[in-house]
Design a protein around this ligand. Sequence first.
Ligand SMILES: [Zn+2]
Length: 393
Amino acid sequence: MAIIIEGAKLIDGTGQIIEDASIAIKGNRISVVQSGHSIPHTDDDFLIEASGRIVMPGLIDLHVHPSGLDVKASSAYLALRFARNVKAMLDGGVTTVRICGTPDLIDFEVRKAAYAGLVESPRMFTCGKGLCITGGHLASLGIGIEVDSTDSYRKAARTLIKNGVDFIKLSSDSLTKYARPTVEEMKAAINEAHLANKTVATHAGSPQAIMDAIEAGTDTIEHGFLIAEEPDQVLDVMVKKNIYYVPTLYVRRWNVRKDNRYSDEILQQVKHGLEEHPKSFRLAVDAGVKIAMGSDEGGIQGSPYGENAYELELMVANGMSENDAIIASTKTAAEALRMGGILGSIEEGKLADLLVLDADPLKDIRSLQSRELLHAVIRNGSIASGTVLSENS
Ligand SMILES: [Zn+2]
């Protein structure tokens, strides 16, 4: 049985748009992409009549924390919440997530459960916990391993790789303002990651933290709140070294006043970062930095789940075109995962992760946030969610 989608407007993720396209999916791959209605099919095939509908690649969110950050909750509770939240993301059109820090190896366990068919989820790329200095904020949030010295960074990275991580998460600054890892410490972990063919994502807010992480060899910069303080130097290096910027504009939902885990001084610092954040993003767009979508959903206390597509609304509100926001959330995000050969666009031979929509996100990017307008979420060649399921049941 194949899935045949006929007569759609295709936004293929590479920037190309084809009016009246047809797509065939066989197994977990896209087997045909062509213009016109002429794909032959049999009664066994599942036909999606898509005239007036839009097809685009499934969203890829490079920065989520599906367990939430809650140091008081038990592992069992966090695992259940994780499973519920990855399903919410899938229902919201996200077919791949990179999970940027989870307590207690829960991400590995839920990934196992997903492979066994116990949990429905997007494709998951996991890192276990991130590495940070003693007193670093990742550790205080329950998602960090405290390490100091190059030897312990190296050892911790090797242990994570032994445990089966897909990438390594680092933090090159911390909410304590003063203490940061050295370039040499980060380099020790990053070298191990690269030797094992893993990428490295580094939380970095300030210009110095970003520059240090890049000098140490990171592949992506997460957040970049304060790029606007020294944009010329930072953006120049990001462009020259092909660093992916994962902006996480969604963290503006953080209600600075209501979070009582931090001192007044740190809250002021956070507030300042959030104020500079949209400006930093705009400057990065203008400079031509490679931007890949990441929302940081779950990284903010009390934030909802499955609203990842809100990040695209913020990207467009802050200076990106609708099509560029979609490319950042599909093709470029796949490239940042080093999965550009099989994920992130609708092309023959690629894995079949795609969305069939009842409204055009190029006209209104906010339509991606509506469950009613999400006709089908196809992940790995199967219909995983969408209104098409209730119509056919
Ligand atoms: Zn995060």
